[in-house]
Ligand binder design. Structure first.
Ligand code: FES
Length: 245
């Protein structure tokens, strides 16, 4: 974990409530896709945990969903604003443990960490299929970015306005080789994906209310088959076989 100041390069609106923030600063503490940062909002006491979409040693990209006064203010900060971040938080996805036929699946802003994951898997010579779910065409984002990676991408929208109608589970169920998933999204989606009968394994990234973000306050504890675990420190990524729904 590292605490350092980042400079906001830009905030770009992707949909009605999802924004891309690019930040320049020392991102060297980030070691795995699926890790997150804990960002201090000006004038706010609690930091905001935000998953990392993509990064280099000197730059971070975060996708932020506007969900209240704090994030509304954050995405409207002018370029050049200095922000205090804790970086390199959480375990992230373990790509070394992923079988060849793994599928990446994300719902809503849960697609964000899958982009960095997909990019790294592609660079490592892998070509995982990607299945993304959104409420509607208007809510979909980063489709061009995923497509530019040259990976097979399938979309599901709840209202059927783009791709398959319904949820990602409908698409995953029909993928013949889908035995293992790397998933990020809201809890009901993760639960439904985890219950797919064809799955032999997977890694699931959880969201939780957090305070410290680095394991000190136990405010984010969940029960697992291996006992109590802190989402911020032991997760946010948990293996299929250890999750208690
Ligand atoms: Fe403090 Fe997880 S947020 S232990």
């Amino acid at each position: 974990m590292k605490q350092s100041l980042f400079t906001l390069e830009h905030a770009r609106q992707l949909t009605g409530d999802v924004w891309e923030l690019a930040l320049a600063g020392d991102a060297s503490a980030i070691t795995a896709p699926g890790q997150f940062v804990n960002l201090e909002l000006p004038g706010k006491f609690l930091r905001r945990p935000i998953s990392v979409c993509d990064w280099t040693e000197e730059r971070l990209v975060l996708l932020v969903k506007e969900a209240g006064a704090g994030t509304r203010e954050l995405v409207r900060l002018p370029a050049g604003t200095r922000l205090d971040l804790l970086t390199g938080l959480g375990n992230g996805f373990d790509v070394s443990a992923v079988p060849e036929e793994a599928v990446l699946t994300g719902g809503g802003v849960g697609a964000a960490p899958l982009y960095g994951l997909a990019r790294r898997m592609k660079e490592a010579g892998r070509s995982p299929a990607v299945v993304l779910g959104f409420r509607s065409r208007e809510d979909a984002f980063y489709l061009e970015e995923f497509a530019a990676l040259g990976l097979p991408v399938k979309i599901a929208t709840e209202d059927g306005s783009l791709g398959a109608g319904g949820f990602v589970t409908g698409v995953l169920r029909n993928l013949p080789d889908c035995r293992y998933v790397l998933a990020c999204g809201p809890s009901p989606m993760l639960k439904a994906v985890c219950a797919l009968p064809q799955l032999t394994g997977g890694q699931f990234s959880f969201e939780a209310r957090m305070a410290c973000g680095f394991g000190a306050c136990v405010g984010c504890t969940i029960g697992t088959k291996n006992g109590l675990r802190r989402v911020c420190k032991d997760g946010p990524v948990f293996r299929k076989e250890e999750i208690l729904w």
